[in-house]
Design a protein. Structure first.
Length: 113
């Protein structure tokens, strides 16, 4: 359903932009979000954007990451700046409607020191 892209290898201090697109139109979207899972750790919520455009970020990425959405295209982007080695993880996108949740397949972000 969701295809995530944009991951890769970057040096600390660098930037990446992740994108996530739905293969078909999804209606009644409530929230769109990015999660990440580092090796040996649980998946955590990184950023979420609601239908009214309000956003929330985990403390560790505030001021560095920006989430955005295009409701008409059902896409979510995550602009990641000033990347740190601890940002290394597989990043997953998620779209929630009032009835369902859709996950992307994950894209690997590796930040070298």
């Amino acid at each position: 359903q969701l295809q995530a892209s944009g991951g890769g290898l970057v040096q600390a201090g660098g930037s990446l932009r992740l994108s996530c697109a739905a293969s078909r139109r999804i209606f009644n979207i409530n929230t769109m979000a990015w999660y990440r899972q580092a090796p040996g750790k649980q998946r955590e919520l990184v950023a979420v954007i609601s239908s009214d455009g309000s956003t929330m970020y985990v403390d560790s990425v505030k001021g560095r990451f920006t989430i955005s959405r295009d409701n008409a295209k059902n896409t979510i982007d995550l602009q990641m700046n000033s990347l740190k080695p601890e940002d290394t993880a597989v990043y997953y996108c998620k779209i929630e409607t009032f009835r369902n949740a859709y996950w992307g397949q994950g894209t690997l972000v590796t930040v070298s020191s």
